[in-house]
Each structure stands twice: as structure tokens, then as C-alpha cells.
Ligand binder design. Structure first.
Ligand code: PLP
Length: 411
């Protein structure tokens, strides 16, 4: 069991000193986007002020430096998720673009009417709408794995959906609403047994868990830099090399070609085949700095800290009669709840009055909320810089909000 030095970590995040409405900021909206340490901002600043040039395009020193730094960023991601080679690491804008890349490059070309894709009821819209496109355009069948009442996946239902027609299973590693960690290794094994490929949406796991794509044996994995201390506008698609080599490019233009003739073009080597046009070079370099920051602290220790914070907060929430929680006991630091008689939006607004930032609404997971028969939830999500004192203040404020609304007879 490891312990992280939260006080020291907090010093690296200048934004945590901000005051909101006269109160010290308590940032509990990490599942939407994390804050960034100065080390990440510094890496981006250093790139722009010392090395800025376009990559792969010049023989001058700056271009060579920029190219080397950007390639190093791919290598850092390769190490972070234990890919076989950095050619399997494609930089995208975010998770959404990474999933769309697979839907277009693999799905449009390889799938045919009658083929089946399996996703789950708990997916973020980013891992649902691209597959709905394939259903609408190409007559592919889309199945949704049901959930148990506690928000875990009904694996029996999953087994019953698998067949030789299943071509792809695309599943969130961790739900952005329920915090539940899905048994991806088992899900992948079962899919491979029927010859299906598997994409893991790691948007909510890459920031918090140690990932190993070779161990779980996924075919694709997608995640976003901005949820794991990195810059916005940089995301990752991991794909097994042999699959990426077989797939057509998603976007076409500069940098992704080997040769262009009047009659047509041939494609560049991996990963550049999938990185058309001028890339988010500074974003990639910032992501590398974020990965180094997380690795210096240790993913296992970060997860331990968040798990403890979530457990502590959930136990306190359970004592509040008016609160209903969603999701199982075992989870990362994402807690979604409703308060009897008070809309999630009102909870969020009242929290903000005291400088506490939480998320409210459907969190881009409308079918999941529909499954639970609700329109939205309030969501508090923790990260490595959050403290137990902050959790206490959040609970205290929630009790105040409930008491105030009782006074004005809302409840
Ligand atoms: C599970 C999950 N998948 C996908 C996404 C989409 O991420 P992005 O908006 O960075 O593309 C999110 C964002 O919240 C998410 O939580």
C-alpha cells in the first residue's frame, strides 16, 4: 500500500489556489477534464519558445528537434500502456476522434450488412454514436449489453449476444458516470473466442489505472490527454500494428502519404498514415510531460488514493437519507448521485456558490440515465490532488443545501 504526498502535489497545480465566489476552489469535476501541473504548461511553453517548427518537413535544426520531441511523445505513450512498438500509437484530438477513426477506417470498409457490434448501456455518447452511424449507413446490427441494478455489466447477457456475426465489441474500461471498472480482460477473451475485435474506451481509466494493452490483449484503445493532466486537443488511439497496417487512412492530405501521383497516392508508415496534416505537436509534448508526472507518482498509488477518497465520500453520502447513489461499491473516484426533491443542476449551482465545482446533467450518457429512469445526476469526481478535507467540505455543503431547501419547503 502506498501513500501519495497530496500537499506536495497540490503545489504543482497553481489553479488550485484560485478563489471562486470568495471560497477556495474545490475541483471535483475531474472526469470532465483534469487540471494541469506547471510541468505540463512548462513543457508546452518550452516547445513554443525554444523548439517550435513543423515536423517531418525540414532539414533545419528546429524541425529536427520538433520531430524528435514529437516522436519521443509517441514513445512515452507506448511505454505508458505497454504497446509493442510506438508505431501502434496514433495521436488524435481526443477519445472521440480516436473512436471515429476506427469506425470509419475499419467499420466502413470491413463491415457488411448483418455484421454485429456490441457495446454497453453505460457508454459515453462518443462510444455509441459512431457505431449508430454504421448501423444507419450499412445495416450493421448494434447490441447493447444490459446492466445489473448496481450498474455492473450483465456478463450473461453479453455471452448471449456474442456470435460468429460479432465483428466488434467496444466497451468503456471505466464508466464516467458509475465509476465501475469493467472486467475488460474477460470481455476481450470472450470476444476473441468468436473472432471479434475489441476497442477499449480508456478515457476514464488512463488517468487513474495502470494500463497494459498486451496483458488485456485489446485490439484498439482510445483515451484523451486532457483527462490525465495533459493539454486539450491531444488524444491517443492505440491499435495492433497488423490491424492498423490493414486499415485505410481516416483523414487524407499532407504528412500521411508516401507518394502522390496524378492517379492516386500511397500511404506513409505507421503511425503517420493516420496523422494527416500538421499535428498538435505541442499537445503531444505536453502529454509526454503529463505521463512523466503521473509515472513519477505511480499509477498504483494514484488509484489507491482515489479509491480511498471515493470510499470515504460514499460512506458519508450513504448517511444522508435524501441522497441516492448510482454504481457499485468497487469503483474509481467518480460518484454520481441525486438528491430527493432537488434537481442536479440546482445542487451544482449551490455547490459553486461555495467554490465547489461538480458536474451535473447526463454526462454524455443519456441511455444510461434512461436505464435508471432518471434525467440526470450530480457527479463529483476526484483526482490525485483532491483531499479528504475537500471531501468533507463537499459533504458539509450538500447537507447545507438539503437543509436550506427543506426550510423553503422544496422537499
Ligand atoms: C468514458 C468516456 N469516453 C469518451 C469520452 C470522450 O472524451 P473526449 O471528449 O475527450 O473525446 C469521455 C469524456 O468524458 C468519457 O468519459
Amino acid at each position: 500500500m502506498c501513500k501519495i504526498d497530496v500537499d506536495r502535489i497540490r503545489k504543482d497545480f497553481p489553479i488550485l489556489n484560485r478563489e471562486i465566489n470568495g471560497h477556495k476552489l474545490i475541483y471535483l469535476d475531474n472526469a470532465a477534464t483534469s487540471q494541469r501541473p506547471w510541468q505540463v504548461a512548462q513543457a508546452v511553453y518550452d516547445f513554443y519558445t525554444k523548439h517550435n517548427a513543423n515536423i517531418h518537413r525540414g532539414l533545419h535544426t528546429l524541425s529536427e528537434e520538433a520531430t524528435e520531441m514529437y516522436e519521443e511523445a509517441h514513445r512515452a505513450v507506448k511505454e505508458f500502456i505497454n504497446a509493442r512498438t510506438w508505431e501502434e500509437i496514433i495521436f488524435t484530438r481526443n477519445t472521440t476522434e480516436a473512436i471515429n477513426l476506427v469506425a470509419y477506417s475499419l467499420g466502413v470498409r470491413r463491415f457488411k450488412p448483418g455484421d454485429e457490434i456490441i457495446i454497453t448501456m453505460m457508454e459515453h455518447h462518443s462510444n455509441m454514436v459512431p457505431w449508430q452511424m454504421l448501423k444507419d449507413l450499412y445495416g450493421i446490427k448494434l447490441h447493447y449489453i444490459k446492466l445489473r441494478p448496481d450498474g455492473t455489466l450483465d456478463l450473461e447477457h453479453y455471452r448471449s449476444l456474442l456470435s460468429p456475426n460479432t465483428k466488434l465489441v467496444s466497451v468503456a474500461h471505466v464508466s464516467n458516470v458509475l465509476g465501475v471498472i469493467n472486467p475488460v480482460k474477460e470481455i476481450i477473451k470472450l470476444a476473441h473466442d468468436v473472432g471479434a475485435l475489441v476497442l477499449i474506451d480508456a478515457a476514464q481509466s488512463a488517468p487513474h489505472l495502470k494500463l497494459d494493452v498486451q496483458d488485456i490483449d485489446c485490439d484498439f484503445m482510445a483515451f484523451s490527454g486532457h483527462k490525465m493532466l495533459g493539454p486539450t486537443g491531444i488524444g491517443v488511439l492505440y491499435g495492433k500494428k497488423e490491424l492498423l497496417e490493414e486499415m485505410d487512412p481516416f483523414l487524407r492530405g499532407g504528412d500521411m502519404i508516401k507518394q502522390v501521383k496524378i492517379e492516386g497516392a500511397s500511404w506513409n508508415d505507421l503511425p503517420w498514415k493516420f496523422e494527416a496534416g500538421t499535428s498538435n505537436i505541442a499537445g503531444g509534448i505536453g502529454l509526454k510531460a503529463a505521463i512523466e508526472y503521473l509515472q513519477n507518482i505511480g499509477m498504483d498509488c494514484i488509484f489507491e488514493h482515489e479509491k480511498a477518497l471515493a470510499k470515504y465520500t460514499i460512506n458519508k453520502l450513504k448517511e444522508i437519507e435524501e441522497v441516492k447513489l448510482f454504481g457499485p461499491e468497487e469503483r474509481i473516484g467518480v460518484i454520481s448521485f441525486i438528491v430527493e426533491g432537488i434537481s442536479p443542476d440546482l445542487v451544482g449551482i449551490a455547490m459553486n456558490e461555495k467554490g465547489i465545482a461538480i458536474r451535473t446533467g447526463c454526462h454524455c450518457a443519456q441511455p444510461l440515465h434512461e436505464f435508471f429512469g432518471i434525467r440526470g445526476t450530480a457527479r463529483a469526481s476526484f483526482y490525485l490532488y483532491n483531499t479528504f478535507e475537500e471531501a468533507d467540505k463537499f459533504i458539509e455543503r450538500l447537507k447545507e443545501i438539503i437543509a436550506q431547501s427543506k426550510k423553503i419547503n422544496v422537499i
